[in-house]
Design a binder for this molecule. Structure first.
Ligand code: GLA
Length: 387
């Protein structure tokens, strides 16, 4: 992203100078649907993300425009009385972040804002959490409430839960706020303890594969999955006190699962428990630089998300199969909330170009859709861009 162009676009739209802020997107290597189950996650921030050119106003007015959605026009809101409005579309993310800041008692000012970015949207790379954390970070700098990066993640999550209405866990906002170049964040969402581990074993590369099937129904299905996990937990709690699915291992789950009344809810919980175990093992594999072990765990994760959690779908399954059929692949899985969007593969670094072409070809033959496949590196968290 050329931030000079962004500054120029700001000048043309609002006149005068601005400050520019950035927040990354994220890709989750493994640990899917474990965050609201008190389990582990292993995401990393991307070097792609979202930018905001901004200048404070003294009249409390909030002007929002995005170069990515020029047809959605300019829209204004006020710092007092922020409320979700379906027709505000993408603007609900920055407005929700400001609402969540106000709820925390952080004073916010009016502002002229111009957004741009290089993340595909509705693709499982957390473009919405990126805007939320970006907005919190920028206003934390402009208005000075002095939040820590971890606090910014929680404010971003509050925007999603309380304003947008998606009952997400903390993974996306945490990975974005705490991102570090070359590192993945191994987070225990039960205790909020975290550790940085290398993103990729030596000699291997991480590839993102965008199915270009936009995630449909994601929000309602997401909340449904969360309710199913909670219902299963309530059922077993009659037999034994289990705080969260992330708190028990598979042997304990096997003992307790007879108490779960719905077979569907049982499979959801089965995924949450097995995925947590895989994620802990994946962090070990990264520490040890074991690409083969990590790849196997990723492929098992996809099978569990397909069969037990049922959040994959034709396109994600097709692209993962295409990836697994290539020479030099260690493993592949869907990433993010699923129902379309992106998958991630771990491959031999020497195969990056041939892998990308072969997967795009095989996926097009199977689905008639064009995929985009590219290599990623882990980037830093939010920052002010000074040039
Ligand atoms: C979305 C949510 C996260 C997490 C993932 C699934 O990205 O925002 O909190 O639950 O789905 O792992």
């Amino acid at each position: 992203m050329n931030t000079e162009e962004l500054r120029g676009a700001f000048r043309r739209r609002y006149g005068g100078d601005c400050r520019v802020f950035f927040a990354p997107g994220r890709v989750n290597l493994i640990g899917e649907y474990t965050d609201f189950n008190g389990g582990h996650v292993l995401p990393c921030a991307l070097s792609q993300g979202t930018y905001m050119a901004v200048r404070p106003r003294t009249d409390g007015q909030l002007n929002l425009f995005s170069l990515g959605y020029p047809d959605s026009g300019a829209a204004a809101a006020s710092v007092s009385g922020l409320a979700y409005n379906e027709s505000a579309a993408w603007r609900n993310y920055p407005l929700g972040a400001l609402w969540a800041l106000e709820r925390r008692g952080c004073p916010i000012c009016g502002a002229d804002m111009l957004f741009a970015g290089d993340l595909p949207t509705c693709a499982g790379l957390s473009s919405s959490a990126s805007i939320e954390v970006l907005t919190v970070f920028a206003f934390n700098t402009l208005c000075g409430p002095g939040l820590s990066l971890a606090d910014m993640a929680f404010v971003g999550q509050e925007a999603e839960n309380g304003f947008v209405g998606v009952n997400c866990g903390i993974m996306d906002q945490f990975a974005i706020a705490m991102g570090r170049r070359g590192k993945a964040v191994f987070l225990d969402t039960g205790t909020l303890e975290y550790e940085y581990v290398p993103t990729v074993p030596p000699g291997a590369a991480i590839m993102i594969m965008n199915t270009n099937k936009r995630r449909g129904l994601g929000e309602s299905k997401y909340n449904e999955r969360r309710r199913e996990c909670e219902a299963a937990l309530r059922d077993v709690s009659c037999a034994a006190p289990v705080a969260a699915w992330g708190a028990i291992d598979e042997a304990e789950f096997d003992r307790l699962k007879v108490n779960i009344s719905s077979p569907t809810a049982m499979r959801r919980a089965q995924h949450a428990v097995s995925e947590n175990t895989r994620t802990v093992r994946a962090a070990e594999a990264l520490r040890e630089g074991d690409a083969a072990a990590l790849g196997r765990l990723m492929t098992e994760s996809h099978a569990s998300l397909r069969d037990d959690f049922e959040v994959t779908g034709f396109e994600l399954d097709a692209i993962v199969s295409a990836a697994l059929a290539q020479p030099g692949v260690y493993g592949a899985r869907m990433t993010g909330a699923g129902f379309g969007g992106c998958a991630v593969a771990l491959i031999d670094e020497a195969r990056v170009d041939s892998f990308a072409k072969a997967v795009e070809r095989a996926y097009a033959e199977k689905t008639g859709l064009c995929a985009n496949v590219w290599r990623i590196t882990a980037g830093d968290g939010p920052m002010e861009v000074i040039e």
